[in-house]
Design a protein around this ligand. Structure first.
Ligand SMILES: *Cc1c(COP(=O)(O)O)cnc(C)c1O
Length: 220
């Protein structure tokens, strides 16, 4: 299937409130342009350097989403243009995002990455850590960030029941934390679902699916 046909097929499966983030990591700019020409305006990269290299080569109305683990020393390179950081996993990185956003006189939108999978290797807060952070006074010192919701990755397994259970748990946490009243917390996005599990994720309430290989083919 062509990139355009894949995008059209996936878009056709998404509920109105769910947004497609085309995950373009490792893919050449020509393929991003092809996705853009097919109507795609949201691209997800997992490495800051790669995103910084590609951004000036695509039209300015592209939204750039950082979906991979973020080191504090890399924040400054993308602070002028990043649209949403899905992968915030520490207060330290949040403080650095705030600092760099202030330098550009903007507010950077963020999601807290929650560790929901069984694998040890995945980054993210656990549920109680996220709740503690959202309730702490630390956020009041960070006027240049806004927390829009949560992101999670399910276990890499064929067990659909398990994947569904992990997404459902994340949605429950999202609903519980949604009531939180803070100046820079405004829950409206739940980023969950990839090529192999986005149909389950949307059934469980995802508002953003991050899909790569189902659009662009497998990565090497
Ligand atoms: C690579 C990646 C995706 C997309 O994975 P596919 O299986 O190619 O759809 C989604 N989310 C994150 C965090 C990723 O690193």
């Amino acid at each position: 299937m062509t990139i355009a046909a894949s995008i059209q097929q996936i878009e056709g499966q998404l509920p109105a409130q769910t947004k497609l983030i085309a995950v373009t990591k490792t893919k050449p700019v020509a393929l991003l342009q092809e996705a853009y020409d097919a109507g795609c305006r949201r691209f997800g990269e997992n490495k800051v350097q790669e995103m910084v290299d590609k951004q000036p080569q695509l039209p300015p109305d592209v939204e750039w989403h950082l979906i991979g683990h973020l080191q504090t020393n890399k924040v400054k390179y993308m602070a002028s243009f990043v649209s949403l950081i899905h992968s915030v996993d520490s207060l330290k990185v949040l403080q650095e995002i705030n600092k760099q956003a202030a330098r550009h006189d903007r507010v950077i939108d963020c999601l807290l990455q929650i560790h929901i999978a069984q694998e040890e290797t995945k980054f993210g807060f656990d549920e109680s850590e996220a709740e503690t952070l959202l309730q702490s006074g630390h956020l009041d010192q960070l006027p240049n960030i806004r927390i829009l919701g949560l992101m999670g990755m399910a276990s890499n397994t064929d067990d659909e029941a398990k994947i569904r259970q992990e997404f459902r748990g994340l949605k429950q946490l999202y609903d519980r934390l949604s009531g939180m009243q803070r100046a820079n917390v405004a829950f409206q996005e739940l980023s969950m679902g990839m090529s192999s599990d986005y149909l389950i994720a949307i059934e469980e309430g995802s508002t953003m699916v991050r899909v790569g290989s189902a659009i662009f083919g497998t990565r090497n």
